[in-house]
Design a protein around this ligand. Sequence first.
Ligand code: ADP
Length: 622
Amino acid sequence: MSTYQFQTEVAQLLHLIIHSLYSHKEIFLRELISNSSDALDKLKYLTYTDDAYRGISFDPRIDISFDKDAKTLSVSDTGIGMNQADLVENLGTIARSGTRAFVEQLTGTARKDANLIGQFGVGFYSSFMVAHKVVVTSRKAGEEAAWQWTSEGKGEYEITEAARETQGTTVTLFLNDEGTEFTNHWTIDRIIKKYSNHIPFAIHLHYEDSRWEGEGDNRKEIKEQKVEKINDGTALWKKSKSELKTEDYNEFYRVISHDSEDPMLHVHTVAEGTMDYTTLFYVPRKAPMDLYFADFKPGVKLYVKRVFITDDDRELMPTYLRFVRGIIDSEDLPLNVSREILQQNRTLAKIRTTSVKKLLGEFQKLSEDAEKYDAFYREFGRPLKEGLYSDYENREALMELVRFKSTAVDGYTGLAAYKGRMKPDQKAIYYITGEKEANLRQSPLIEMYREKGIEVLIADDELDDIVLGYVHTYKDTELKSVNRSDAAEDIKSEQDRAEEKTAEPLIARMKEILKDQVKDVKASTRLTGSPSCIVVDQSDPTVQMQGILKAMGRMDGGQVKPILEINPNHPIIKILETTTDEERVRDVSFILLEQAMLIEGVKLENPAEFVKRLNRIMEHAV
Ligand code: ADP
């Protein structure tokens, strides 16, 4: 017998599950059945693809039994099974770093959020909600030895050698007070029908039936052991759409996603003709917790003629659609093909292409309902923006789906809506990028646009800068960043040009004073209320982008120097033009630059100098 410690995160997870999911405790049965179903899927695949397993006697089934007096409940399968090393690896550790990070984070403030936990799938460990001890007996297909894993869920577990007649796994729960309600035929029957009806393997429930026979003194109770197949047992996606109700789809979703909520939408497609395949996709209500982790778990499973092939193939969907859950089942792919070769398979590539178009079409349909789309967009807007630069083929469709905040409307708006609001002579779609929405809305860079009633998109997501810079045009209309030097040129009227002031001698002096800090000093035409602003040169990365490049270690050399624009109509500039005190001109020039940088969210390199300058000016002013 060997004793092992749970990985720290497993212990944390156990604690969390027990303390936050107690109101959903019946899901433990769904999780165990789902694991059994996966194990049967895996062995089924091997019997088709691997000669070593072809001869194996394989009767795929799941059996559930319970004992009211002993307070036990068992879920048994004839699936792939686990050997000693597998037991340690699978039931003692959390493999994915993303999941580990999530658990770490959950131990903080979000501790009580059952929804969050539900979202990433509690799996096997949910058994400890209803059991004070769990025993797993397993024998791996193709191996002789069987192993028994035992734990009370308190930091450690034991593994001993055991015996088992066939390959597969039996999980036996020694129920606690919370769990005794599950030693009831009808309770189990109900839970299986509710959560696991469409598991594509037969689930048998073993129970004792009793009835009374005879009269008077001869009357006695007859007890009989019975086995009953509880679930439907056919793959849900193979049923015709007319047969299926939303509730059926939702129930299947909960099984494959481990989500405790219903999905936002489902898309069931049966393709027949040149290619035969079925897809069933779901969009969750909440973004999966590992959406932004490098080792996210893909949400789409691949089947070939109902045989499960893989659930860990990231090529089944483009990365930006990694939040989609569901299955692809192809009739045309060969069963005995390796997963590596599948990745280059043309049939699969075609299924993927049409699936992506189908999904984007569904999102477009969803966008007709503003409220629903808003809920969708809040969760998945960011990945869609990733698609804008990663999926050239679908860029047009994606452009219709992305949303931004705007100076013209509350909430989010799309590019089509913006275009509809454009002034007759407006040349481009304008946007401002930067860190905080509130700051952007008050930025001097958009003063003139506001004055002329020209809408500016508030692109406050750090991705926006990259994405919008990449897109260039929307339906022949250019997209222009107001953070750049030339964007102000095309909104100027003839009158603006006629009235333009230059402030030339002052500008020459300022250029000399700030020559190490800026690329250029110019008279601005975009400012009305503010004395100065900074913009970046046409081909330089914006301030926002510089931050991203730096974080990625992709920016060598120092900060890209900005262009300082000053407002010749502003009183400060007017007074400065006539000031002869060189020290004063120097201080004010620096402050004009530094305040413009602060507004753009740029950190000052030398705040102490800034404060000194400011104090000298204040001393003079008070
Ligand atoms: P998940 O199913 O989300 O991976 P679990 O904690 O439920 O997480 O299970 C961890 C792992 O243990 C599974 O991925 C699987 O490899 C293994 N496992 C669990 N139950 C079984 C079973 N009945 N048969 C074979 N392997 C199993």
